[in-house]
Design a protein. Structure first.
Length: 256
């Protein structure tokens, strides 16, 4: 797919414009916004680890503004209740916070799924392992993680072809270049949105290794339809095949 939180036309589960991710500069002293999600499994809130109506909970990290197109179709059914987590209070997430401190905000084994679209590349490289381990901790034993990031191998091919500064595709937010995929969507950064900066990157093999190192028992990572990669990581008690089957229905070219 792409750059920071901008996904080309026609891609599955795509956001429509760049937005700050759940990793950035929030002070460590900032208190969790538990009062804004009174029924979520937020620390220090009098809430159970499940939606009160029996639905499963999907934590959308780096969610950006509210809107169904920012949540993967896998979770767009009455079976799921979304909890939007973002570092930027202006997008009015359910919980405002820093992904690097995710364990401060959510109890262990409290969510059924974690979804991340073009968010993990905003972490520092040395923070990735700890964040993945914390996400593993807050997932229930039958839970799973679904994530997408830019694919550095795809970006490298553009660089080798001399296209580092060329427009690769037009997003709703404007033209996107390999430079944006590497370092973050420059127009947003130029407007002062430093949250959009990229600080690390992934290939398919590196993403799979990082997730396995974090404790996930099964990881499937594949190149996407454009310049992205996708990863599915299962907890120990999950029967992964029904989930993978549903992903194949949604995007067979990725999950074949």
């Amino acid at each position: 797919m792409t750059d920071a939180d901008v996904i080309p036309e026609g891609q599955t589960g795509s956001p429509v414009e760049p937005s700050p991710a759940g990793a950035g500069q929030t002070p460590a002293s900032e208190a969790p916004a538990a009062d804004r999600v009174v029924e979520a499994p937020v620390r220090d809130a009098d809430a159970p680890g499940a939606a009160p109506d029996g639905r499963k909970l999907v934590l959308n990290v780096g969610s950006g503004p509210a809107g169904g197109r920012r949540l993967h179709p896998l979770f767009q059914s009455d079976e799921w209740r979304e909890i939007r987590f973002d570092i930027d209070p202006t997008v009015r997430p359910d919980v405002t916070g820093d992904l690097r401190d995710i364990a401060r905000y959510f109890k262990p084994a409290s969510v059924d799924a974690v979804y991340s679209s073009h968010n993990f590349e905003h972490l520092e490289t040395h923070e990735v392992g700890r964040v993945f381990a914390d996400l593993h901790t807050i997932l229930k034993p039958h839970g799973y993680l679904l994530a997408t990031t830019p694919d550095l191998e795809a970006v490298a091919r553009f660089i080798l072809e001399g296209k580092l500064d060329d427009t690769i595709y037009e997003s709703p937010a404007g033209p996107v270049r390999p430079l944006d995929m590497l370092f973050g969507f420059n127009p947003a950064i130029a407007r002062g949105n430093s949250y959009m900066s990229h600080r690390t990157g992934f290939t398919v093999l590196l993403m799979a290794k990082r997730l396995l190192d974090a404790g996930f028992v099964e990881v499937r990572a594949n190149r996407g339809l454009g310049h992205d990669l996708w990863a599915f990581a299962a907890m120990s008690e999950l029967d992964a095949e029904p989930v993978i089957a549903r992903l194949r229905e949604i995007a067979p070219q990725i999950w074949m």
